[in-house]
Every structure is written in C-alpha cells, then in structure tokens.
Design a protein around this ligand. Structure first.
Ligand code: F6R
Length: 258
C-alpha cells in the first residue's frame, strides 16, 4: 500500500490526476474505472486542464463507472451519467461510445448487472480503478454488510448514504433508495486501485479501512488485500491515523510519503 499525504483538496486532486494521467500515457487504450461524488471533481478538472494544454489524449481510453442510481435517466442532472459527462467526458476527446455507466433505467436490473459484469470482462478488466469512500466505509455503493458482495448488483442505500447524498438533490426526498453498483470482486480485480479521501468526516472510515480488521462491515477494508493500492488523502482525512502512519512507514509492503 502506498499512501500519499496531500496538504489539502487541491494538492490531493493534482496528485490523483497525476496518477490517472500516468496511466493514460503509459497505456493510451487503458480501461479506467471511475467514480462520482465530491472527491474526484478536482482531479477531473485537473485532467481537463491538462487535456486542454495538449498534454493528454483520451481518444482510445475506455471507462467503466462504479455505480448509478436506479430510476434516473442519463440526462437527469442527479444521475451519475450526467455527472460524468459534465465533469469529464464533455470536456475531453473521449469517444462517448467507450464510456460506460450502469443503466439505472433498465427494466430488468438483474440482467443489467449481468451485462455490466460481462462488459468489464470483455474490456479485459480494469487497469486503474478510482475510488472515493463513504463515511461508513462504503466503496461504490457497497454498503456495510454481513458479507462482501462480489459482482455488479442492486443495493438498497443506507440511511447514512441517503443523508450524505441528499446535499446534491434539490429535494432530499428525491434521493433514490436503490442503486446499481460494481461489486467488491470487480473492484478487487482491477490491476491498480487509487483511493482518494478528503476532509475530517472521512477520518474514521479511512482509519478503519487502512488499519482496522478486514471486514464487510467496513467495505473499503478489503482494499488492504489488494496488491497495488495507492491512497491519496489529505491531512484531515488521515487525522486519525497518526501513529499507524509512522509505524507503516517502516513496514514492509508500505510506502508512506510523509
Ligand atoms: C460514487 C461512489 C461513492 C463515493 C462515496 C464518497 O461513484 O462510488 O462510493 O465515492 O460516497 O462520496 P464523496 O466523494 O461525495 O464524499
């Protein structure tokens, strides 16, 4: 596990964008696993800036997003498809046909989940999966559970997630109660995982995920088992990890950029 400590959100976004752009430069037709939410907005903005300067080319890049709300069309401004278009895809030279988000409007959600799993397989798997983290340790919409869910599935969102996400909706009652999400197995099969976290409200989740026991009650804790995990977090998000970070800096298998 490599941990990079960012000064603030701006620094975090730049570091994350650097890692993503390195992937695109090294493998121009790479498969990027992408996330929505507040955490990656700054990184996407930075990527757009570098693209505009002529430093990045997305023409061959393929993408698969982690999740989508059930019942929202792609042109609904709260949908994750809309988020991806407006924050990244509309501003770079990516071929939209190569961008994938689960279809929240699919009549048969089970079939849609199977299609999405097949799609990830047919792309040859994910080269770099970008992840944010929920305050309860969720990744994608894999909420705390008794067992890890493996592949793409439908989830009932927890109250904590509904509340956290209601800030993005005009009316909190409009927050969908269900979503389609990639499962833990799909995420863990990515060749590289980049987890980003900003702000003190993520401190507890980050502490438990990076240094606590591996448990489905803290879904992101499974990332400790990934052999190519990079964490970029700001000081606030790492504020509960002080001692563990110092210890980790001297442990085999860890690199901590203190
Ligand atoms: C979004 C996603 C979620 C978010 C998480 C953190 O595609 O998969 O797991 O990454 O809820 O959200 P923010 O970044 O808004 O704090």
């Amino acid at each position: 596990m490599r941990i990079y400590i960012a000064r603030d959100y701006k620094d975090l976004s730049r570091k994350a964008a650097n890692i993503i752009s390195a992937q695109v430069i090294m493998k121009p037709d790479c498969v990027l696993g992408l996330a929505t939410g507040s955490s990656p907005i700054g990184a996407y903005k930075q990527l757009v800036e570098w693209y505009e300067k002529g430093d990045l080319d997305f023409s061959e890049v393929r993408t698969v997003n982690l999740d989508e709300y059930k019942g929202l069309t792609g042109d609904n401004k709260e949908s994750y498809r809309y988020f991806m278009n407006t924050n990244l895809f509309d501003h770079v030279n990516i071929d939209k046909a190569n961008t994938n988000v689960p279809n929240g409007m699919a009549k048969n959600t089970e079939a849609e989940c199977r299609r999405y799993n097949e799609l990830i397989r047919s792309l040859g798997g994910i080269d770099l999966q970008l992840l944010g983290i929920g305050r309860n340790g969720h990744i994608g919409f894999n909420e705390p559970e008794e067992a890890f869910e493996k592949e793409t599935h439908v989830v009932a969102l927890t109250q904590s997630t509904i509340e956290a996400n209601s800030r993005l909706f005009d009316d909190p009652d409009d927050v969908p109660r269900y979503a389609l999400t990639m499962g833990i197995k799909s995420i863990m099969q990515a060749r590289r995982v980049l987890l980003i976290a900003s702000g003190e409200d993520k401190a507890d989740a980050i502490h438990k995920s990076l240094f606590g026991p591996v448990t489905p009650h803290v879904p992101a804790s499974i990332l400790q088992m990934h052999n190519n995990l990079t964490v970029v977090a700001d000081k606030a998000a790492l504020s509960s990890c002080g001692k563990e970070l110092e210890d980790a800096a001297n442990k085999e298998g860890f690199y901590v950029d203190l």
